[in-house]
Design a binder for this molecule. Structure first.
Ligand SMILES: [Zn+2]
Length: 481
């Protein structure tokens, strides 16, 4: 019995050793695998999301170490790109990459992207399902600030070019890539500086392709069909600073003229009196292209806008997203007044952010707001980013080449011209590019697209892979003679 027990114990020990050996071997093998097999594009995108390249309005809060870290990361990760393309830095953190074409007589094309991101709004961090800068991949998504806006465009460009270089591809046309660092705070150090430098060198692009423009599988305007929206225009960004003054004093003997109340009245008037609904280019083009697909009476009205413009525009205005396509908009975004509960403030301050349709003039809009407020105690100051570029040509070469690439990678989608309701860096590039298109395609649902600048920004991993394929096709389409 004893012997038998001992023998059993020995067998057990041998078994244990054997298992341990297997464990060690598989661990060593796994480690070897990790060190020799390259990480996937998803891993690299996840890593890109871990750099907290946040653009704060208050420049003192910006952590430039994160920006330097991000640049070091991409340089290390895409060795072919950074050895074959010529690399220039502007304002320390913005990159301009030049990929010389074999036919220098062809006008070059610019692909623009930015890697700075907006901050996490205070008090919303706990609402994120995964931390915004952890680069988590879960449930088929890459989670994090910048997943959609706009590290996706930076990484897909790098992935596509790296892949093409590995295949010994050389473009016929020279391509420029910008990867700038301050788009979210106006682009004055990044895009503006790069564009000026290119302008001074006499560079003139055939056209440029910037951010914005997405593949929407579930836009209610085109039920049951995916649409690839190529941006021909974007809205103009302006901000109004309203300052109300009043008598102030002790709240036990309140004055009639209360700055906080005047200001509240003014912002309420602005909110309650939206800009008129109207159909302008390129939304008119968008509807014309969609009309045959939509069919029925709506489709007919879209194609026959001499009759259909007004009913369609009013129908669109009922939806929050589409509303921004058919009118200039205003949003009261900041309010500030008062220092103590028993002191009536002498001043009150509000910020109203506005987005104007192509064709709406900045000065006219400001004058109309002043007239609407109609209060001599309120001063309105304009802070303008400048008028956005004119509507790009739907018959231009750029639109044709983008459409060609989109048709290859998103064959299920109808290619539709559109307008970006947000504002990007493109206005800085107007001096070097007459035609500005916006399409760095990724497939995203309507609800996920609302996570841009909001909580739980996320990009489906298969969307990333398809966006890389698209960027590769886009480069091939653009770069040929
Ligand atoms: Zn952006």
């Amino acid at each position: 019995m004893h012997d038998r027990a001992e023998a059993l114990a020995t067998v057990k020990q041998v078994k244990h050793h054997f298992l341990k050996m297997i464990c060690f071997t598989s661990l060593a093998f796994t480690l070897l695998l990790f060190s020799t097999v390259q990480a996937s594009p998803v891993d690299r995108m996840a890593e890109a999301l871990r750099f907290e390249t946040v653009s704060f309005q208050n420049a003192e809060k910006i952590n430039y170490e994160a920006f330097a870290g991000f640049l070091a990361f991409i340089e290390q990760t895409y060795p072919r790109v950074f050895s074959v393309l010529s690399v220039e830095r502007f304002s320390d953190y913005s990159l301009l990459l030049t990929w010389r074409g074999s036919q220098p007589e062809l006008a070059p094309v610019l692909l623009d992207a930015h890697y700075d991101v907006v901050p996490i709004e205070q008090g919303t961090l706990q609402d994120w399902l995964h931390p915004p800068f952890a680069g988590v991949v879960a449930d088929g998504y890459l989670w994090g600030r910048g997943a959609l806006d706009d590290k996706m465009a930076v990484i897909t460009s790098l992935e596509a070019v790296e892949r093409l270089l590995a295949a010994n591809y050389t473009p016929a046309r020279t391509l420029y890539f910008t990867m700038v660092h301050d788009e979210e705070i106006g682009g004055h150090q990044g895009a503006a500086v790069v564009a000026n430098a290119l302008h001074e060198r006499g560079v003139k692009f055939a056209y440029m392709v910037g951010e914005g423009g997405i593949v929407l599988p579930d836009n209610p305007m085109l039920a049951g069909k995916s649409m690839a929206l190529v941006g021909l225009a974007e809205k103009t960004y302006i901000t109004l600073h309203l300052t109300a003054t009043g008598d102030g004093g002790h709240s036990s003997i309140p004055p009639r003229n209360n700055a906080a109340v005047s200001l509240a009245r003014a912002v309420t008037k602005i909110h309650d009196n939206p800009f008129p609904v109207k159909l302008v280019e390129p939304v008119t083009d968008m509807l014309r292209v969609m009309g045959p697909e939509v069919g029925g009476l709506s489709g007919w009205l879209m194609r026959n806008q001499w009759l259909g413009a007004s009913p369609i525009a009013h129908q669109m205005a009922r939806d929050r997203t589409n509303n921004a396509l058919v009118r200039s908009t205003s949003a009261v975004t900041m309010l500030d007044s008062g220092v103590k509960e028993n002191v009536v403030p002498q001043q009150a301050h509000a910020v109203v952010n506005m987005r104007l349709l192509p064709g709406d003039n900045v000065d006219d809009v400001v004058a109309s707001v002043v007239e609407l407020i109609d209060d001599a105690n309120i001063v309105v100051k304009l802070d303008s980013w400048g008028q956005s570029p004119p509507v790009a040509d739907i018959n231009g070469e750029g639109y044709a080449r983008i459409s060609e690439a989109a048709a290859q990678v998103f064959p299920e989608s109808l290619i539709v011209p559109g307008m970006l309701t947000a504002t990007t860096d493109t206005r800085h590039y107007q001096i070097v590019a007459d035609e500005v298109y916006r399409f760095r395609a990724y497939r995203v649902s309507m609800s996920d697209s609302r996570s841009i600048h909001a909580t739980n920004e996320r990009l489906a991993t298969d969307s990333l892979l398809r966006a890389i394929d698209f960027t590769e096709q886009l480069v091939l389409a653009i770069a040929k003679p």
